[in-house]
Ligand binder design. Structure first.
Ligand SMILES: [Zn+2]
Length: 266
């Protein structure tokens, strides 16, 4: 759930609780007693369940504030795109075949697009309106968010934290879940990895959308808007690569004779 409240859509990929196939996370409360860290296998089901709880909590908050799915037409469009992309994802990432993908929209101005473990998506109505996204451009955004989940980026993040900060092996998974969003030290330490993951999500999302049949010109326009609408297109943010750099990479994929430029996305 880190990077939850960034101001850039797509460039912000807050909730990073994506699908874990099996995260070999060593967490054990008893380890404090024994001074020995017991291996504790974190299953995909556990991680997905944790994500579902957080997702439902956020959905309920938005609902209570009358900020949930306030634009029926946009929601229908997003759901249609998700249906198309998830069908392709089921082929390219077979482990996602049984995921219960879900998409909702938030009218909260500060909310940004994000994806959670197992395919729970939240999109920002405000950003979609400001960016005036076409169907294909929206598909690129959704594909990018889906890619974070499909690439199990959170698994890498947890593994990174447990490797670099072994003391976290003695804490519970729930604490770690919160910490990657809120612990300043961890957020800072994870930033370089997060930026690399943004590039990966761009690339894998691009490939997913292309394979699902979306026109390249429209997908590229998404990145053009990303660069054009950024306040400082040539500068990276605390959590994201420079928009101009992302656009430049997408231009390379667009001129590739096939999708080989993106074929190493996984
Ligand atoms: Zn992202």
């Amino acid at each position: 759930m880190w990077k939850k409240y960034k101001s850039q859509m797509l460039s912000a990929t807050p909730m990073r609780l994506f699908a874990l196939v099996f995260a070999f996370v060593t967490l054990n409360a008893h380890a404090q007693d024994t001074k020995e860290v017991q291996p504790w296998v974190l299953s995909a089901a556990q991680v997905h369940q944790g994500a579902v709880v957080m997702y439902q909590k956020r959905i309920a908050e938005l609902d209570a504030a009358q900020l949930l799915d306030t634009d029926a037409d946009f929601l229908v469009k997003a759901a249609r795109i998700l249906t198309r992309l998830r069908a392709q994802a089921a082929l390219d990432f077979p482990e996602s075949r049984d995921w219960r993908w879900e998409v909702h929209t938030s009218a909260e101005p500060e909310e940004t697009a994000y994806a959670m473990a197992g395919g729970k998506l939240l999109l920002s109505l405000e950003q979609a309106r400001l960016w005036n996204l076409s169907e294909t451009e929206l598909a690129m955004l959704i594909a990018h968010e889906m890619a974070h989940a499909l690439l199990a980026h959170n698994q890498d993040e947890y593994a990174f934290v447990l490797d670099q900060f072994p003391e976290w092996r003695l804490r519970s998974f729930a604490e770690l879940e919160q910490a990657v969003d809120h612990d300043t030290q961890l957020i800072k330490a994870l930033a370089p990895l997060g930026k690399e993951q943004e590039f990966q999500a761009d690339q894998a999302g691009w490939r997913l959308a292309v394979r699902a049949g979306y026109p390249i010109a429209g997908l590229l326009r998404f990145f053009k808007k990303l660069a054009k609408l950024a306040s400082y297109p040539n500068f990276e943010s605390a959590s994201h690569p420079a928009p101009a750099q992302r656009y430049a990479r997408a231009r390379q994929w667009a001129i590739a004779p096939d999708d080989s430029a993106a074929s190493n996305a996984r």
